[in-house]
Write a protein that binds this ligand. Structure first.
Ligand code: SF4
Ligand code: FES
Length: 270
């Protein structure tokens, strides 16, 4: 479920910020219209586990870890349901319960499913421990070798932030996986590593073997650049070339690693 309408929807036609009153785990609060229930809960310091949520990216609702019980109204008109807090916008009079026995039970089941796909993920194992799960009852087709829970974060960061569109979800159902387009169009990958940075299960393997950077999951290799002062890796050449085009700074700064750049700035100041 891709929710694109949540952000930037917090003002009335007159440009006045509208506030909405909600109650989360017994605490009443007012939040900006357009906020999600997850954002409202986090403002109150309520800890809701998430796996597919990353603040700068549009919510996606795929991991289901952030579910909560929600209700509006009272008496005969009362409506109750369970939904993902990261994709649900706040609404007037909404009452949210994030940690009921029912929610704990559902989360345990969801976690077991994630564990079966990513048994080696430290984050999933930490959550499993918190929910008292020792072993998943489920087995996946790849027996958990991919370590990927198909949360889509890597695809979204590549699409929404990096704008490279180098990877996407391929196939369906139990065969679904993240790949470069048709597994052949690998030239769109610029080797920035954002996919590995956001991955909640450490499923994306990036290996640097001088002078090559290899992203195993996408089967791509990039020529690396190294600091001309200390020899530390700076980044893939193709990525540095894009930065050179888009961020105009002194050309020679691109030949230095962040530490050597800092030293250069300091020596120029004093
Ligand atoms: S590789 Fe990581 S970020 Fe990408 S879908 Fe799988 S778990 Fe999510
Ligand atoms: S964090 Fe809400 S569904 Fe994944």
């Amino acid at each position: 479920m891709h929710i694109t309408h949540l952000k930037g929807r917090d003002m009335s036609q007159e440009g006045i910020v509208r506030e909405i009153e909600v109650e989360i785990d017994g605490i009443k609060t007012k939040v900006q219209a357009g906020s999600t229930v997850l954002e409202a809960a986090r403002k109150l310091g309520i800890d809701i586990p998430t796996l597919c949520y990353h603040e700068p990216l549009e919510p996606f609702g795929s991991c289901r870890m952030c579910i909560a019980e929600m209700s509006v109204g009272s008496g005969e008109s009362k409506k109750t349901w369970i939904s993902t807090t990261c994709t649900t916008p706040v609404q007037d009079g909404l009452i949210v319960k994030t940690d009921t026995p029912k929610i704990k039970k559902e989360r345990k089941l969801i976690l077991e499913l994630h564990m079966s796909r990513a048994p080696e993920s430290p984050k999933i194992n930490e959550l499993a421990k918190r929910y008292g799960i020792e072993k998943s009852r489920f087995v996946t087709l790849d027996k958990g070798e991919s370590n990927c829970i198909l949360c889509g974060l890597c695809v979204r960061v590549c699409d929404e932030i990096i704008l490279a569109h180098a990877i996407g979800m391929a196939y369906r159902g139990i065969h679904k996986k993240v790949l470069t387009p048709f597994e052949i169009a690998k030239e769109k990958c610029i080797g920035c590593g954002a996919c590995a940075y956001v991955c909640p299960t450490d499923a994306i393997k990036i290996i640097e073997e001088k002078p090559i950077l290899r992203i195993e999951n996408w089967d791509v290799e990039h020529e690396m650049t190294y600091c001309k002062e200390c020899g530390k890796p700076i980044g893939p050449k193709v990525y540095i070339d894009i930065l050179k085009e888009k961020v105009i700074v002194q050309e020679e700064l691109y030949d230095l690693c962040p530490d050597c750049r800092r030293k250069l700035y300091k020596s120029a100041l004093f």
